[in-house]
Ligand binder design. Structure first.
Ligand SMILES: [Zn+2]
Length: 555
C-alpha cells in the first residue's frame, strides 16, 4: 500500500451514473464499479489497487481498469474491505425498532451475529412471547416469531440496513424448559433443550451461546453445557461463552470454557476476553497462555474483545448470580432481608473495590423516575445526594424493578491491545444498535455500539500501531465468517456477497464517548450491503438491503 495515497484528504466517495450498453466486448457490464481503492480482501493479505465490480448482490469482477458500469464510485485514496462482521452483537430486536441501524452501518458493519451471552430471541413460551409482543407493540413493532431461526426469517422480510445471523442462547433454552430456578436440569429437560437447539441449528442458527454470569444461563453447570454443546458436534459451529467469571476466578472460567469445547468436541469462541480489576491484570497473559496451549493440543479456540477498557452490564451484576436466583423480585427481597442483606452488601462492596471505587460504576439506563442517575458516576452521585453509595445502589435497583444499566471501568489498555492483536483474537462490539434520534437515542449506552470498528482501525491500528491494517481487517471479516461457517461472506472475491466498506485509514475514528455516546464515527464514506449502496458520502441513502444469514454446517 502506498502510504501517500491515504494522506490525501478523501472523505467523499463521488458517485457518477453512466448510461452505457450492457455488454462490452462480450463481457457483461457490472451494475456497480468501485474504482481505484486499495483493496484488502479480508484474507490478511496487504492491500492492492484494483477495481471491484458488483452485479446484483454479488462481487462479479476484480481487476484493473474494469469496464464502466451503470453506477460508478470513485474510491481512490480509500481502503476497500469486505463489510465488517460483528461476531458478538446485541443489536437483536432493536433492528426492528429502527431498520436503519445507524450506529451499526455507519461503522461499516454489514453483518450482526446476535443471540449472544445465552440470551437469544427465544425460543419463548406462550407467556414470554405474549409479554414481549405486548412490550414491542408499544414501540410500533409487531413480533410474529418466537425463536431465533424465525427471527432470522423475519429479517429476510424486514430488510434492515444490516445482515443478521443468530446463535441460540442456553439461557433462553433453560428459561423456557427449566425456568428461573437455580437447580440442575433433569434428564428429560436436558433432552428437550437439546431437541430445541438441534431444530434451531438445522434452521440456520450458527452456534450455542452462554452467559454464565447471568441468570438463568449460569445455573447450567459444566456437565450440562457439555451435553448441550454436543448437539453442535460435526457441524463446525462454535460454543460461544461469556464465561462464568472475568475477574478473580478468570483462569478457572477459561478452563471451564476449554473443557466444554474439548468434551463436547466442538469449536470454542470465548466472548469479550478480559481481566477485570487491577489485581487481575496479570491474568490476561495467563489466560492467553491457557488458550494457546489448548490450541497446540488441537482445540479450535478463538476469542473476541471490544476495544474499550470499560464494560457494560446490569447494575444487579455487582452481586453474584446465586443471589439473583428466582428472578428480580426474589433478588430485590434479598437486598432488604435481614437474613441475607449483610452478605449481599459485602459481595457488592467487594466487587466495587475490585473495579477501583464507586466512580468505576457509571449508570447508563434507568426508568424515567430515576432519569437523574443516567450517565452519572455512582461515587459523585452519592456525594451529591448525601447518601451512602451502596444504599443508593439498592434504591436505584428498587425504583427500577432490578433493571438498571451500568458501565464498569476496570480493565487495562495494555491488555486490551494485546488481546485485540493476538493471532487468535477477533473484534466484537458487544454493543446494541442506536441512533441519535427516536426511540434508540434513549439513555447513555456504552460507546462501543457506535465506535468499536472505527476505534480498532483508528486508535489501535493507526494511532498506537498495535496491529497492521490488513490483520485488523482480517479479524473483522474472513476470520469470523470462517468461525461461524458463513461461506461467501467476509472476503472480496468473485462470487462472494457484495458487502463492502470503504474507509480512509488516515482519518477513520470513533467519536462516541462515555459522556456523549450518540455520535457517528468519521472516515467511513461508503458501505454496500448485498450490492446496494447503503451509505454514500458518509450519509444513509435510504436503501436497505440486509438479509437473514444462515450458516452452512460441515459434512
Ligand atoms: Zn457478554
Amino acid at each position: 500500500m502506498k502510504r501517500r495515497t491515504f494522506i490525501r484528504t478523501s472523505t467523499a466517495a463521488a458517485i457518477t451514473t453512466v448510461v452505457a450498453p450492457q455488454f462490452v466486448q462480450g463481457q457483461r457490464r457490472a451494475d456497480l464499479v468501485l474504482r481505484g481503492a486499495t483493496v484488502f480482501d479480508g484474507t490478511g493479505a496487504p492491500g492492492r489497487e484494483v477495481d471491484v465490480g458488483v452485479s446484483g448482490d454479488a462481487i462479479s469482477q476484480i481487476g484493473p481498469d474494469l469496464p464502466s458500469a451503470s453506477l460508478e464510485v470513485d474510491v481512490r485514496g480509500l481502503a476497500l474491505a469486505p463489510g465488517f462482521i460483528d461476531i458478538h452483537s446485541h443489536a437483536d430486536l432493536s433492528l426492528l425498532v429502527n431498520r436503519n441501524a445507524e450506529s451499526r452501518i455507519r461503522q461499516g458493519v454489514t453483518l450482526e451475529v446476535v443471540g449472544q451471552d445465552g440470551g437469544s430471541i427465544g425460543p419463548w413460551s406462550d407467556a414470554q412471547f405474549e409479554a414481549i409482543r405486548d412490550r414491542y407493540r408499544g414501540r410500533g413493532v409487531e413480533i410474529d416469531f418466537r425463536d431465533p431461526a424465525s427471527f432470522i426469517d423475519r429479517i429476510d422480510r424486514e430488510r434492515p440496513a444490516v445482515n443478521v445471523a443468530s446463535m441460540v442462547g442456553n439461557g433462553a433454552l433453560r428459561g423456557l424448559v427449566v425456568g428461573s430456578e437455580d437447580r440442575p436440569a433433569t434428564a428429560d429437560e436436558l433432552a428437550r433443550m437439546k431437541r430445541l437447539l438441534r431444530d434451531q441449528i438445522e434452521r440456520g442458527c450458527v452456534g450455542l451461546s452462554s452467559g454464565l454470569e447471568y441468570t438463568p444461563s449460569g445455573f447450567a453447570d459444566a456437565a450440562e453445557l457439555v451435553e448441550l454443546a454436543s448437539v453442535l458436534r460435526g457441524t463446525g459451529y462454535p460454543y460461544a461463552s461469556h464465561m462464568r467469571n472475568e475477574d478473580d476466578r478468570l483462569l478457572g472460567a477459561v478452563e471451564e470454557a476449554l473443557h466444554v469445547g474439548r468434551m463436547a468436541r466442538v469449536p470454542i469462541q470465548i466472548s469479550h476476553l478480559k481481566a477485570q480489576g487491577r489485581r487481575n491484570y496479570w491474568k490476561a497473559d495467563a489466560a492467553l497462555d491457557l488458550i494457546e496451549r489448548a490450541r497446540a493440543d488441537g482445540v479450535d479456540v478463538h476469542f473476541d474483545r471490544y476495544p474499550y477498557t470499560a464494560y457494560a452490564t446490569g447494575l444487579s451484576n455487582l452481586f453474584p448470580s446465586s443471589y439473583r436466583a428466582g428472578g428480580s423480585e426474589a433478588f430485590l427481597a434479598r437486598l432488604r432481608d435481614p437474613e441475607s442483606a449483610a452478605r449481599l452488601e459485602r459481595a457488592c462492596r467487594d466487587k466495587v473495590a475490585l473495579l477501583g471505587d464507586w466512580n468505576s460504576v457509571q449508570i447508563t439506563s434507568t426508568n424515567d423516575g430515576t432519569a437523574w442517575a443516567r450517565g452519572r458516576l455512582m461515587g459523585d452521585l452519592a456525594r451529591q445526594r448525601s447518601i451512602d453509595p451502596y444504599e443508593l445502589t439498592v434504591q436505584l435497583l428498587e425504583a427500577n424493578g432490578g433493571s438498571v444499566g451500568m458501565i464498569g471501568h476496570g480493565m487495562s489498555e495494555e491488555n486490551t491491545a494485546k488481546i485485540l492483536a493476538h493471532p487468535l483474537g477477533m473484534l466484537c462490539s458487544d454493543g446494541g444498535s442506536y441512533a441519535p434520534y427516536g426511540p434508540l437515542s434513549m439513555g447513555s449506552p456504552h460507546p462501543r455500539g457506535y465506535g468499536s470498528f472505527p476505534r480498532l482501525l483508528g486508535h489501535y491500528v493507526r494511532d498506537i500501531g498495535a496491529l497492521t491494517l490488513e490483520s485488523a481487517i482480517h479479524k473483522v471479516t474472513q476470520m469470523p465468517a470462517r468461525k461461524l461457517r458463513l461461506p461467501g461472506r467476509g472476503v472480496i472475491e468473485v462470487g462472494a456477497a457484495a458487502d463492502l466498506v470503504a474507509f480512509d485509514p488516515s482519518t477513520v475514528a470513533d467519536q462516541a464517548t462515555f459522556e456523549s455516546p450518540h455520535q457517528y464515527p468519521l472516515g467511513i464514506p461508503l458501505v454496500v450491503v448485498n450490492g446496494v449502496v447503503t451509505i454514500r458520502d458518509g450519509e444513509q441513502t435510504g436503501d436497505l438491503a440486509g438479509r437473514g444469514v444462515r450458516g452452512r454446517p460441515a459434512g
